[in-house]
Design a protein around this ligand. Sequence first.
Ligand code: 3NM
Length: 231
Amino acid sequence: VGWPHELIDFPALSRRLPVKGPRFNFPSCGEELGLYPVVDSADWIARLLACGVKTIQLRVKDLQGDALRQEVERAVALGREFNAKVFINDYWQLAIELGAYGVHLGQEDLDIADMDAIAKAGLRLGVSTHTYYEVARAHGLRPSYIAIGPVYPTNSKQMPYSPQGLMQLRRWVGILGGDYTLTAIGGIDVKRAAAVLQTGVKSIAMISAITQAENPEAVVAELMSLIETVA
Ligand code: 3NM
């Protein structure tokens, strides 16, 4: 149940986005995020950082208690060791406590997470968005980056939103690209990556194209060189 994007006058709406200056002072992510794998274990983080990946997200769904803490702790330590940006999905309290580089939150988490605490701890914040409303809501927080998805259909996440497609992604890049670091997610693979990057988005995030690949190292190398040539 997305918005009927094709009916929306985006330039007019962008002027009405609630721009009131930073409410929270989330730090910037510095240079572009580039290739942004999303993985479910610290083992994957170790494997991909060893290939030169500089941005990565730990998105664990099946751990709790000490096991969860250890996973986050190891992810944070790997980020330091490899001088990489490691974002922790969902578990913002652990991310603060363990000194992560950043936190990534979905829209549901925005209701419950303590934005002040995240900002005061100096963590970067990334927010998932799928519709105009969600982008406007993210913009109200002035996060460090905004993720736009799904670009294509995805099997990696239950998704009530229809794919936004490349034209819509290009529009978002035009509206938000000057103010935010953006990343595109959802159904992106090696074959589609060039077309996604040609919308002007400088970062592509993905799960299955890397984690289900026969040779993840080769896929990462190909995507990183593509980003360097196209983005
Ligand atoms: N978030 P794959 S799409 C985790 O649109 C996630 O917010 C999305 O996996 C969003 O690269 C998605 O395998 C899954 O399609 C991405």
